[in-house]
Design a protein around this ligand. Structure first.
Ligand code: 5GP
Ligand code: ZN
Length: 114
């Protein structure tokens, strides 16, 4: 499987990368819905949270841990982490990704729909 996010995560397609290691890449969302809107993407192709297998626990733990680390690096003291799951859940890209959203100045701005 080699979808758009497989290609970005592997580096085949360039992205504005904030973090990368052997398992994960964090890059800027092309259509940001918050002052800071990053996508935390595993290099392993998994379609969505609904497609997780029992051996994928480490992948999910890793992307949440990396999100926390990058949020701290960005100076975010509060933020949202969002998984969209399936079309009815707003998922457009069928490669698991965690939205990291933050940097708002007020509660009103925080009402985001990703
Ligand atoms: P979803 O709706 O699937 O949870 O989120 C997909 C996200 O990927 C959207 O926020 C969209 O703006 C972002 N996106 C789609 N195509 C690209 C791309 O080619 N590059 C980057 N950096 N982000 C993308
Ligand atoms: Zn993929």
């Amino acid at each position: 499987m080699s979808c758009l996010f497989c290609k970005i995560a592997s580096g085949e397609i360039p992205s504005e990368t904030f973090y990368e290691d052997g398992d994960v890449r964090v890059f800027k969302d092309i259509n940001p819905k918050a002052p800071v809107h990053l996508l935390v993407v595993p290099k392993l192709h998994i379609q969505s949270i609904a497609h997780l297998a029992t051996n994928h626990g480490d992948v999910v733990a890793k992307i949440i841990y990396v999100a926390k680390r990058v949020a701290a690096d960005q100076g975010l003291t509060g933020y949202k982490l969002v998984f969209n799951v399936g079309r009815e859940g707003g998922q457009v890209i069928d490669h698991l990704h965690l939205h990291l959203l933050g940097g708002w100045g007020s509660k009103e701005e925080r009402n985001v729909d990703v």
